[in-house]
Ligand binder design. Structure first.
Ligand code: ADP
Length: 460
């Protein structure tokens, strides 16, 4: 009973740390709106609000055969997309898992690997028995490169900085479209890269292609980000380009960077665990909002809490905990498993701790872990709502309502994530919060990239 009481007290401590009140959500949202506005007015802001050079919504009638290449946080994906119009499409794809080493090698080598995987895919899908590639005409390729880029055209993208654990040298500040094109040339493929986009922009376009109510797209995966369609006249930092003010352009917010550097907006809710994750990441002080929300970090947050309790002598006395004490040993998918364990005894949790960490747990401990996972998962979902709420406020979508296409493993696989996010939107806006609907987005980096390639070809 003493242990149970101890765990109860510890839980209350974490509950205070990780609970975000409705009032706090509203405050963060207000500040977020201001930060989004600033990003549209001036270059080089923390939340950079990057113009994506995708002009307006797709008609839904885009057709044709396209290649999409997606360098995400975890995998490299190559797709062949056939757009059929009327919001319909077919897709075939291959995935190649990225190694930690590939995320840190020389930048050009990373793009060589991308081109190599593409060549394999093309050979497999369009090659004949002699190894020749059979294609009636050159295929247009849309490259999804989901890191903050500065663009002044759709086929050009200067990497602002690596995120999501990448650190390849000689890439930041360079045109990654040109780097990839150089790698592509080595393979002599009948393929032309026409567009380079962020997955969030692709998700926005793909979701609108199948559901025209879509106004915003969000990603909650390895990282966290959003894109939406802005009036060109309101992107004052590009006024000098003389683009038609009454047309629309997609903006890749890169709002995972919200609250970075000075922590002006969320200092009150940052915990020592958030601080630890930030300082031990390969990019300290950057992507602060993302580090409190995204898949790359939630498991680690949980692990750090547990490690604190091991140090305090609350957990696992007399057991060897070295496996659990390794940085990033606890995947965010484990939190999903813990929260969704269907058994009274929490047998999934038992198995998880014995199998991966060689640790025995009591039922009280497992119940505590489940509640702790819920605190961390709920905080993530609630903070996620602030960025959406800020965009909705800024664009005046609250009364009319709007659709938000959302993607990423957190959104699609974490139990209760969407419900918690919706609850937070109601906490922010009251009943009107229900006018904002989120739903599983369409595949942005495959289908979205293909649609954008089609839109780009049509514009030329
Ligand atoms: P990406 O963002 O790289 O395109 P995902 O959307 O799949 O890819 O996100 C990957 C992240 O999601 C990883 O950080 C991983 O830990 C986390 N993740 C994977 N599976 C789950 C799950 N079932 N529940 C919660 N998080 C998960």
């Amino acid at each position: 009973h003493a242990h149970e009481e101890q765990l109860k007290q510890v839980y209350e401590r974490f509950e205070k740390l990780f609970t975000i009140t409705p009032q706090r959500l509203r405050m963060i949202t207000d500040r977020f709106v201001g930060v989004l506005e600033e990003g549209l007015q001036k270059d080089g802001q923390t939340v950079p609000m990057l113009p994506a050079y995708v002009f307006g919504w797709p008609s839904g009638d885009e057709v044709g055969s396209y290649i999409a290449l997606d360098l995400g946080g975890t995998n490299l994906r190559v797709c062949h997309v056939v757009l059929k119009g009327a919001g319909k499409f077919e897709i075939t794809q291959s995935k190649f898992r990225l190694t930690e080493e590939q995320k840190q090698t020389e930048g050009q080598e990373l793009f060589d690997f991308c081109a190599d995987c593409l060549a394999t895919f093309i050979q497999d899908h369009f090659g004949d028995a002699n190894g020749d590639v059979i294609l009636e005409e050159e295929l247009a390729l849309g490259f999804t490169f989901s890191y903050p880029m500065e663009q002044d055209r759709i086929d050009h993208g200067k990497l602002v900085r690596w995120t999501k654990g990448f650190g390849n040298p000689n890439t930041e500040g360079r045109d990654c479209a040109a780097m990839f094109r150089a790698s592509l040339e080595k393979f002599k493929l009948p393929i032309k890269m026409v567009s380079i986009i962020n997955d969030t922009t692709g998700t926005l376009i793909a979701s609108h292609y199948v559901n025209p109510q879509t106004r915003i797209a969000c990603i909650f995966g390895t990282g966290c980000n959003a894109a939406y369609m802005e009036h060109i006249g309101d992107i004052s930092k590009i006024n000098h380009l003389g683009l038609p003010a009454d047309e629309d352009m997609a903006i890749n917010c890169e709002y995972g960077a919200f609250d970075s550097f000075k922590h002006e907006h969320m200092a009150e809710i940052r915990t020592k665990y958030d601080e630890h994750i930030d300082l031990h990441s390969n990019k300290p002080h950057e992507q602060s909002y993302e580090k409190m929300i995204a898949g790359l970090y939630l498991g680690e947050l949980f692990r750090l809490c547990i490690c604190d309790l091991i140090d305090e002598g609350v957990l696992f006395l007399g057991q060897n905990t070295y496996k659990l004490e390794k940085t990033n040993a606890f995947d965010t998918a484990f939190l999903s498993l813990i929260e969704s364990d269907p058994t009274d005894e929490l047998l999934t949790v038992t198995g998880l701790f014995t199998h991966f960490f060689g640790i025995d747990t009591t039922i009280e401990e497992r119940q505590f872990f489940r509640k702790l996972a819920k605190l961390i998962g709920t905080r993530s979902a609630r903070l996620s709502s602030c960025g959406i709420a800020a965009l909705v406020t800024k664009m005046g979508y609250l009364d009319s309502g709007c659709g938000v296409g959302a993607d990423g493993s957190l959104y699609s696989k974490y139990p209760g994530f969407a419900d918690r996010l919706h609850q937070a939107l109601e906490d922010i806006f009251g009943e009107k919060g229900r006018n904002i609907r989120t739903y599983q987005a369409e595949d942005g980096s495959g289908v979205g990239s293909a649609i954008i390639a089609a839109m780009t070809k049509a514009r030329k």
